[in-house]
Design a protein around this ligand. Structure first.
Ligand SMILES: Cc1cc2nc3c(=O)[nH]c(=O)nc-3n(C[C@H](O)[C@H](O)[C@H](O)COP(=O)(O)OP(=O)(O)OC[C@H]3O[C@@H](n4cnc5c(N)ncnc54)[C@H](O)[C@@H]3O)c2cc1C
Length: 577
């Protein structure tokens, strides 16, 4: 059985239109007002065709071939360049960018669904265009008029690709330790000197021009994260000459072999400041937040492709005289994978819709509210969807038995490829700290209260429908647990600053269960609207959501308990002899 991918168009449409009611929200969002569900569905159908015909066939061959370095120039696997050319000609990079810069101005939510497809079918290929949107947002909001006029239209349309150069050997999670220098020049440019490691797509042969967004330190910058500036460093300078940076090596990695992960040196390279001196991290956060949502969508894409292939296998493979789909243990694995994937799709798309409304909604109060929700949901989407992608891919491999562990099956590549998403763009532990300390506690729980208010409204609507009462009550219980746990952690943090750090991982897992409880409830309620037109589909959807409620949600209790075990000892580790 070939490892295949059929975009889950039915579910995507259901989530966008029925669960989230996105077109109703877009109608209040000036530039997005014309985007109805038929337009959305047409775009997604076309994307599904492109992804399956052009991008998916390069996945396994790209994995086998990998990238190569000749001198300082990176060559991508055969077919990658042509596929990228077709991607640009199809207008796909420009989907969510502004018409002023050559974009199509479609909602980020539509783009999110396309990114989900691209990531599941070929994570490594998608690494090249995946950073474009973050670079576009960063330059649009913080770049000088001169930089914008020189680079922004090409970035917005994908003619130029972008890389994000943060990590250095001594500065990974702790970016405050970075030492790359930016020396101001009389002509207003910066001379950049230093070494970076693990930089995705720093060089390749998909586009002539590549811009690096580089974190560096100006002379006399304060130490730590308050002294970091952001520079744009192009591969080709305005006069067409090659800038002074060199790729020293490519990493040999567990997965995403076809994505060029570069160690590079800036040797007095020419760059220009983006935003204010020493405010680089704040400017870069725009890029990182967009990238974090995209990384969550990478996880979602992997969950989808692993789940649907495992499901196909489960109906084909016969053991003990029946398809393995009929063995209860396998049914559990598959139902779990489906409930998590479909629930996570609702959560990720909700975050994308929040970004659309935060930017475009006519009402300023709504914009502010949605911006808070997007910030709150981003670390959850990044961490939960990537963790569960790895778990789901592993379970999908289990469904394939021994053949799952072999190369031709395809699922082992998904398992290898998806693992990095838990590490880069801020590790999942850093996301957990970001969620609890910066997004929940720092504003005194205000953003969380907004989310709980939305979830409680859903719970009330479910409780009002007798057949959905169990969903409503379970969601109410999760909202209460979240409120209580957060109050306890906030109280403890007043006298014990380390308490949130000890609680963060369990808190993120618990918060993820809360969000899934909402997603399952909202999906089950929305499925009722399809009961007349497609009763079999509506019943099956509701049953899958109820599986999540009955078999997966009970784990939330353990997570809330661990998140609030604030006095439990955390013994020191003993270093090995
Ligand atoms: C394939 C690949 C592609 C990448 N692409 C890019 C890129 O395009 N641009 C770029 O700049 N970087 C990139 N990176 C680098 C990546 O972002 C870093 O690897 C990541 O941020 C972690 O840094 P580190 O590897 O130094 O791990 P460390 O920071 O040393 O962390 C090691 C472990 O300690 C944990 N840890 C560290 N600090 C804390 C803390 N305060 N609390 C709790 N736990 C903590 C981490 O969660 C992790 O589990 C890439 C890496 C890889 C492997």
């Amino acid at each position: 059985m070939a490892y295949d991918y059929l975009a889950p168009l039915r579910d995507m449409r259901f989530v966008i239109a029925r669960v989230l009611g996105a077109p109703v929200s877009w109608a209040q969002c000036g530039p997005l007002a014309d985007c109805d569900i038929d337009t959305t569905a047409a775009v997604l159908e076309e994307a599904a065709r492109f992804v399956r015909e052009v991008v998916l066939p390069l996945n396994a061959v790209g994995d086998a071939e990998g990238c190569t370095l000749h001198g300082s120039a990176v060559t991508t696997p055969a077919g990658f360049g042509a596929a990228y050319q077709a991607y640009v000609e199809g207008g796909w990079p420009a989907l969510p960018t502004h018409p002023d810069w050559g974009g199509q101005g479609l909602p980020l939510l539509v783009d999110a669904a396309v990114r989900e497809m691209l990531s599941g079918c070929n994570h490594a290929w998608n690494m090249y265009p995946d950073l474009l949107h973050g670079a576009y947002e960063t330059l649009k909001h913080h770049g000088s008029e001169e930089l914008k006029s020189r680079y922004l239209a090409d970035i917005a349309t994908g003619r130029t690709l972008a890389a994000m150069a943060l990590t250095e050997p001594q500065a990974g999670s702790d970016l405050g330790a970075l030492t790359t220098k930016g020396l101001p020049q009389p002509d207003g440019s910066l001379r950049i000197t230093g070494s970076k490691i693990f930089i995705s797509a720093a060089d390749h042969d998909l586009t002539e021009q590549i811009v690096h967004l580089v974190l560096c330190r100006l002379p006399d910058a304060p130490p730590g994260s308050k002294g970091i500036s952001l520079a744009l460093v192009p591969k080709l300078l305005p006069d067409g000459t090659r800038n002074s940076w060199t790729v020293d090596s490519l990493e040999h990695k567990m997965g995403i072999h076809a994505s060029a992960t570069c160690a590079l040196r800036y040797e007095g390279a020419t760059g220009w400041l983006i935003g204010q001196p020493n405010r680089g991290l704040a400017a870069m956060f725009l890029m990182m937040n967009s990238a974090r949502l995209h990384v969550g969508l990478q996880g979602l894409g992997h969950q989808e492709i692993a789940t649907q292939n495992a499901l196909r296998q489960a109906f084909e493979r016969v053991q003990f005289g029946k398809p393995i789909a009929e063995h209860p243990a396998m049914r559990h694995l598959l139902l779990r994978a489906q409930a998590l994937t479909e629930g996570n799709r609702v959560i990720a798309y909700r975050a994308a819709l929040a970004l659309d409304e935060a930017e475009h909604h006519a009402d300023e109060t709504v914009r502010r509210r949605q911006s808070q929700l997007a910030a709150l949901l981003t670390p959850l989407v990044k961490a939960q969807l990537t963790q569960q992608a790895f778990d789901t891919a592993s379970q999908a491999l289990q469904v394939f038995g021994g053949s799952g562990y072999t190369r031709p099956c395809g699922v082992e590549q998904t398992l290898r490829d998806c693992r990095i998403a838990m590490v880069y763009e801020g590790t999942n532990e850093i996301q957990a700290i970001d969620l609890l300390q910066r997004k929940v506690l720092a504003d005194g729980g205000a953003a969380l209260a907004l989310l709980i208010e939305e979830f409680e409204a859903e719970a009330a609507a479910c409780c009002a429908a007798p057949s959905l009462r169990d969903f409503g009550e379970a969601l109410q219980a999760q909202c209460a647990a979240a409120t209580q746990a957060t109050q306890r952690i906030a109280a403890q943090a007043k006298t014990d600053a380390q308490a949130p750090l000890r609680a963060a991982d369990a808190y993120l897992q618990a918060f993820g269960h809360l969000a899934l409880a909402w997603a399952w409830a909202a999906s089950a309620r929305a499925a009722q609207a399809e009961a007349e037109t497609d009763p079999a589909w509506a019943v099956a959807k509701t049953e899958r959501m109820r599986y999540g409620l009955q078999w997966l949600l009970p784990a939330a209790a353990g997570c809330w308990q661990r998140a609030t075990a604030l006095d439990a000892a955390l013994p020191a580790l003993v270093a090995p002899a």
